[in-house]
Design a protein around this ligand. Structure first.
Ligand SMILES: Cc1cc2nc3c(=O)[nH]c(=O)nc-3n(C[C@H](O)[C@H](O)[C@H](O)COP(=O)(O)OP(=O)(O)OC[C@H]3O[C@@H](n4cnc5c(N)ncnc54)[C@H](O)[C@@H]3O)c2cc1C
Length: 464
């Protein structure tokens, strides 16, 4: 990776793109800067140009030109990823998909929607609501569907409805040489050939550019209710969450917040939650079923010394509570002005969850950094956010060592170095540790076949 040269586009190359894409080929400083950073704390790296594509044909045209001239291309959705995914570290073009924002078809009777890759998840849900439907995958940021598929995203409702891997049925993808392929079918079952859909999901723009997706959607539940419960210890809270899942309880969301997380949302969202390790729940169903599910959860948490169990079916209280949870990352930023947040995620089998959270808590407590632990514990998935001061860039190296120590411990527990954020730039070594060299070599072979010139988001996921 280190030997590869950065590609700067010549003025002739930029002129050639401008002659086709006109004012949608941009080289102004502010736009380059916007496309040279994501939500990670990695220092920005600018592309030579940003091209805004409007159709699959245009994406294919860009790729044909870049393939011929070996120009790196980094697909760009909303830029909310957290591991340096969109940084054009080898220069070239940032290919922005955000103008491909059409919802092409809603087929209520099939519970399916077909969208372009640049549609944002919030806009999709606003549109689906008119048909009594919703798309369930909800990362904390308003990401694009193409970006979400590309990172294998999940969110707070994955425990009930699944992640992008379960909810993308078919895609249109442009390969590195401009070839357009269709993967999957709009069917609930499919057993025809290699599963190219799931090969592209999680490939982080290194194998192809997703221009269209067919997604599963769900009917908006008749009733949603929420509950909160506190624990004296982090371990009790996490064990309670694992037990709730092991017993097959019908929960739609189950999120854990440590004390620092609760204090952060209290301050940011003007709430008054008890500063204790806390579980937030949501239940979806009928009035009777949500009451019943909440009662089962109440009984289970009491066995783990849960206290102050509060339940609400009031819509505005439920929304306020969950908005606070979704704002947790932003509360970390706002409560620490001028600082950056490094957000890492890991996942383990449920039986190791308490041990995993405890291990990471100990590692971080021994460091000099402020941190929070929270996450989608019902999936065995949790996040650690670590506050860093950009005035001291050397802190990032120290934090990298810390996250590596944590991921190594998690991998040793049969876990994964990332349940949802992906590998990007930040976890390339951890992937080798987790998957093993022969699996990574197999990934490299696949990469070499689909992207023989290594122009699609080079330097991410794999060291090639
Ligand atoms: C506050 C906050 C909370 C978050 N919470 C979660 C969470 O709960 N769960 C979760 O999974 N993630 C979470 N994330 C991370 C982020 O939102 C996801 O990774 C999201 O899927 C990225 O989508 P995006 O549109 O922003 O993609 P980008 O950041 O633009 O790109 C991400 C990667 O996908 C590639 N890419 C983008 N578009 C395409 C395309 N059309 N075709 C091919 N490749 C493409 C890019 O090259 C890059 O490698 C969070 C981020 C923030 C800031």
């Amino acid at each position: 990776m280190a030997t590869r040269q950065r590609v700067e586009l010549s003025s002739e190359q930029i002129a050639a793109f401008k002659s086709i894409f006109q004012d949608r080929c941009v080289t102004t400083e502010s736009v380059l800067d916007e496309h040279g950073r994501d939500e990670s704390a990695f220092p920005p790296v600018m592309p030579s140009a940003v091209i805004y594509a409007k159709s699959t044909e245009e994406v294919s045209q860009v790729m044909k030109m870049c393939y011929e001239q070996s120009i790196p291309v980094v697909p760009f959705g909303a830029g909310t990823s957290l591991e340096g995914h969109v940084l054009p570290i080898f220069g070239g073009i940032s290919l922005d998909i955000s103008m491909m924002n059409k919802i092409l078809e809603i087929t209520s009777e099939d519970l399916l929607v077909r969208v372009q890759g640049g549609v944002h998840r919030v806009a999709l849900n606003e549109k689906l609501a008119n048909s009594g439907l919703f798309f369930s995958v909800d990362p904390g940021a308003d990401a694009t569907l193409g970006g979400m598929a590309s990172t294998g995203a999940s969110g707070t409702t994955t425990v009930k409805y699944g992640s992008m891997r379960e909810n993308v049925l078919a895609m249109t993808v442009v390969l590195s040489d401009g070839t357009v392929i269709n993967t999957g079918r709009p069917t609930r079952k499919l057993s025809a050939g290699y599963d190219l859909t799931r090969l592209i999901i999680g490939s982080e723009g290194t194998l192809g550019i997703i221009t269209e997706l067919t997604l599963r959607v769900f009917g908006i539940p008749e009733k949603m209710s929420a509950a909160v419960v506190r624990f004296e210890s982090l371990e009790d809270g996490v064990k309670a969450a694992a037990t709730i899942v092991q017993m097959g309880t019908n929960i739609a969301r189950c999120e854990f917040l440590d004390i620092a997380s609760v204090e952060s949302v209290n301050k940011h969202s003007n709430l008054n939650l008890s500063p204790k390790p806390t579980l937030f729940f949501e239940f979806h169903g009928s009035q009777v079923s949500v009451e019943n599910d909440a009662q089962i959860v109440k009984e289970i948490v009491s066995e783990f010394n849960g206290f102050e169990f509060e339940w609400t079916s009031d819509e505005s209280s439920r929304r306020r509570l969950w908005q606070a949870r979704h704002d947790l990352y932003w509360s970390n930023l706002h409560n620490n002005p001028g600082k950056r947040v490094v957000s890492t995620d890991m996942a383990v089998p449920l039986s190791r969850l308490a041990e995993a959270v405890d291990t990471c808590e100990k590692i971080l407590s021994e460091s000099r950094f402020k941190f929070c632990i929270f996450g989608h514990v019902a999936d065995g998935n949790f996040h650690c956010t670590i506050i860093t001061d950009p005035k001291f860039p050397e802190e990032l190296q120290e934090i990298r060592v810390l996250t590596h120590t944590m991921t190594s411990a998690i991998i040793a527990m049969n876990g994964t170095c990332t349940g949802e954020h992906g590998i990007g730039l930040g976890k390339i070594d951890a992937l080798v540790e987790e998957a093993g060299q022969s699996s990574v070599d197999t990934m490299i072979k696949i990469k070499n076949v689909l992207d023989p010139k290594n122009i699609l988001n080079p330097g991410k996921v794999l060291k090639v």
